[in-house]
Design a protein around this ligand. Structure first.
Ligand code: GLY
Length: 500
């Protein structure tokens, strides 16, 4: 039996020896390969092992905070890997995410232990329902009480959500048509993140038939659509208004510069506008979500995890942001439901595969979070955050509910191997390499970013072997294209860039 481990490595052995040899080879080689090859995740990652890892880290966290439900993890210290003790308070914008992760863990495992813990951490946030110091009531209360209510249907949680929505609505200015995000900078700053907090308002409006909350949320969404989003689908972080609703200036406190594209802000736009479309049914919001998504996907590096800003010029501060990837993955899964565009589904799967690999999950380490490599703001990267963990678990739960599959099947390559085309970027001609360990019905096709099939290069029964398939892009316009290889129930995809 001949087994292709990589295009340059083959082993020859009997079937049982092979299985053992492959296993050992994969364990030792996978990390080196994933570093060299970016998205080649040769080691498969099952839902079960991703959940075991997440459970481990949540239990480690509970130990670390002494099961004290007044402590709500925010981000880890980049040196010690422990949750930063100065950011455990209820008043942090992040305080709802740990409770939210406990709810998702309950949904994913059905283990009552997680439900009880989730209730305890949720109910500790009660005092925050009347906090008017910022716009983050939605993050704090919807991630905790909102998830809790969907599971327990508890009347007291419903009342809490109503009161919290009322609190948030107090920051709305009808002249400006927006909710004021912060009190500590600018005149009336509205940040792109604020879209996320509208879910609390829309949800309460829908469930209590409250037109006032609905129109506040919709008005904010429209203002943000008009002023945060650029023509090319990218977003500004902060828009500061004067009291008549005129724009003073657009800037950032977390990204690389006023005209750059802060990756987590872009992810908030993807998730936020998709969610707003869910409540309003208005296509302009769906269009905004799609434009933001296409921009995000087009600017992703090989492993589908963005740098914290798409335009950071200095490599010393160009750190990754796993949290932006997790938020976007969860958003893509909802967007796929509305559009049926597989670009979003596949991008979510690629992200989840990468996040579950040792490059981003805290396997074999003392770090307390589930994921590492998030960036809080320019110059403060390489940390774990409770929100990266929360949206990662949410995305896994959404994926499972959407597809009925255990976990992104695309990452399990079963010795189906799809290499990066060479050259890439390319001008008209390039070659796509792949190998099949088993013969089978095989299709290799090229798609544009809207999911439209451009060309089918291979289609039919193919014997096991290694293939070099030329692709001629004459007549196509410059841009990013995706090629997908499907064989024996497995689908792998990669991006390539055509420069005419
Ligand atoms: N909402 C704050 C942040 O994304 O960092």
């Amino acid at each position: 039996m001949r087994v292709m481990i990589h295009k340059n490595i083959q082993i020859i052995c009997s079937k049982s020896i092979c299985t053992l040899a492959i296993f050992i080879l994969l364990i030792t080689a996978s990390s080196a390969f994933s570093q060299q090859q970016g998205v080649h995740r040769i080691q498969s990652q099952s839902l079960q092992s991703a959940l075991f890892h997440a459970e481990d880290k949540l239990l480690q966290t509970l130990d670390e905070i002494n099961y004290n439900s007044g402590r709500h993890p925010g981000h880890t210290n980049p040196v010690t890997g422990k949750w930063d003790p100065d950011y455990l308070g209820r008043d942090q914008w992040t305080s709802g995410f740990f409770a939210g992760s406990l709810w998702y863990m309950y949904r994913l495992t059905g283990d009552d232990k997680w439900k009880e813990l989730a209730q305890t951490w949720t109910e500790d946030l009660e005092p925050m329902i009347s906090a008017t110091h910022d716009h983050d009531t939605g993050f704090r209360i919807f991630s905790s009480y909102g998830n809790g209510y969907k599971i327990l249907n508890k009347r007291s949680y419903y009342r809490t959500l109503l009161r919290a929505a009322n609190t948030l609505s107090k920051r709305f200015d009808p002249e400006i048509g927006a909710i004021k995000s912060w009190d500590w900078t600018g005149n009336f700053p509205v940040i792109i993140d604020n879209l996320m907090n509208l879910e609390l308002l829309f949800w309460v409006a829908e469930n209590s038939d409250n037109r006032r909350l609905y129109s506040i949320a919709k008005s904010h969404a429209e203002t943000s659509l008009k002023h945060h989003m650029r023509e090319d689908g990218s977003s500004y972080h902060i828009v500061d208004f004067d009291s008549n609703g005129n724009v003073y200036r657009k800037f950032t406190t977390q990204g690389a510069g006023p005209n750059s594209v802060w990756a987590r802000g872009q992810a908030w736009a993807i998730y936020g506008f998709t969610m707003i479309y869910r409540f309003t049914g208005e296509h302009k919001f769906l269009d905004a979500a799609e434009a933001a998504s296409q921009y995000f996907i087009e600017h992703l590096p090989e492993d589908f995890i963005p740098y914290y800003d798409f335009f950071e010029p200095y490599s010393s501060v160009r750190t990754k942001d796993a949290s932006a990837a997790a938020v976007a993955a969860s958003g893509f899964l909802e967007l796929y439901q509305f559009t049926q565009n597989t670009l979003y589904l596949n991008s979510a799967i690629e992200i989840l595969g990468s996040l579950s690999s040792s490059a981003y999950a805290t396997h074999n380490s003392d770090i307390s979070s589930i994921l590492k490599e998030s960036t809080l703001h320019r110059g403060f990267g390489r940390v774990g955050t409770s929100y990266a963990d929360y949206y990662y678990l949410e995305a896994i739960a959404r994926y499972k509910e959407l597809t009925g599959e255990e976990f992104p099947a695309l990452q399990v390559d079963n010795f189906l191997f799809l290499d990066q085309n060479y050259p890439n970027p390319f001008n008209n001609r390039t070659v796509i390499y792949y190998s099949l360990e088993q013969s089978g019905e095989t299709e290799l096709s090229v798609y544009d970013l809207t999911g439209r099939r451009i060309q089918t290069l291979v289609n039919g029964q193919m014997p096991a072997g290694t293939y070099n398939i030329p692709f001629d892009a004459s007549g196509l316009s410059s841009g990013v294209y995706i090629y997908k290889l499907r064989s024996n129930g497995t689908l792998l995809s990669r991006k390539m860039t055509l420069i005419q």
